[in-house]
Ligand binder design. Structure first.
Ligand SMILES: NC(=O)c1ccc[n+]([C@@H]2O[C@H](COP(=O)([O-])OP(=O)(O)OC[C@H]3O[C@@H](n4cnc5c(N)ncnc54)[C@H](OP(=O)(O)O)[C@@H]3O)[C@@H](O)[C@H]2O)c1
Length: 247
């Protein structure tokens, strides 16, 4: 029986990816900053373990507790919506610590076992914002674009060891807590000079009838990435992301 370790399983995509792999017979290590067993179905194949991807000690303890794994899904991430002038460097660092360096650190932590075993898959969840720039997302987009570049270079380096690395790029998914979580980080509000732009951006989102991404699109893409060696390195997930990738 194969084992997948997923980061950021308390809500959203991570939670649904954990349920999906459980439903398909895998052993699942669902990691959360604050572990909660009650959000997932009871199963002998499930372990819920603590992990903060920004904390090296937390990563070390998790890797020791987890034992051998076959797949790592780097899903944990935070959003940041603001003009650059309204973004503190602390906020920018937090975004890169979680989205970019957290992904790099988790990848580094599992590589020795994958390389020695000559097998394993790493899936990094980034975003379709890296395919088409959007307003007020410069720092977030940069943190995810860095993961795209990291992943594509690493994929080459790990080929000789039969270790696969994949990218899943979800589109806009209003059904997760992501937007709400990102809004809670808008400390100090938006700078006055950008208020017109901010209003336009919010209006266009609220009036949009464009296709969006559903959590099932993301779980399908992650399943494909993990299980099909012929899958491409980049997998857009969701109708909006697929359209952007094809443009
Ligand atoms: N929803 C979208 O529109 C969208 C679109 C494209 C890409 N994405 C990406 O998809 C991924 C999942 O997002 P989501 O939509 O499912 O949002 P979500 O519901 O907010 O889930 C994010 C998860 O990441 C966890 N997390 C945050 N900081 C962490 C840290 N330092 N260590 C470990 N876990 C941490 C959160 O845990 P806590 O509960 O502890 O905060 C939560 O479980 C993210 O990488 C996001 O950038 C989302």
């Amino acid at each position: 029986m194969k084992t997948v370790l997923i980061t950021g399983c308390s809500s959203g995509f991570g939670l649904e990816i954990a349920k999906d792999f459980l439903g398909r017979g895998w052993q699942v290590i669902a990691t959360m900053r604050t572990p909660r067993e009650d959000v997932l179905p009871r199963s002998k194949r499930l372990r819920v373990l603590p992990l903060d991807v920004t904390d090296p000690r937390s990563i070390r303890a998790l890797i020791d507790a987890a034992g051998p794994i076959d797949a790592l899904v780097n899903n944990a991430g935070i959003g940041l919506l603001n003009a650059l002038e309204g973004t503190s460097m602390d906020a920018a660092r937090d975004v890169f610590e979680t989205n970019t360096l957290g992904t790099i650190a988790m990848t580094q932590a599992v590589l020795p076992q994958f390389r020695q075993r000559r097998g394993g898959v790493i899936v990094n969840v980034t975003s379709s914002v890296t395919l088409k720039p959007l307003h007020l997302l410069s720092v977030y987009t940069a943190s995810k674009a860095a993961v795209n570049a990291f992943t594509e270079s690493l994929a080459l380096e790990l080929e000789p060891f039969n270790v696969r690395v994949r990218l899943v790029l979800p589109g806009r998914a209003p059904e997760t807590r992501f937007g709400e979580n990102a809004r809670s980080r808008v400390q100090g509000g938006f700078p006055e000079a950008y208020s017109g732009l901010v209003q336009k951006v919010f209006e266009s989102w609220s009036q949009s009838t464009d296709p969006v991404t559903h959590t099932s699109d993301v779980t399908e893409a992650v399943w494909w990435a993990v299980n099909d060696p012929a899958s491409p390195v980049r997998l857009p997930a969701g109708a909006d992301a697929v359209a952007l990738a094809a443009a």
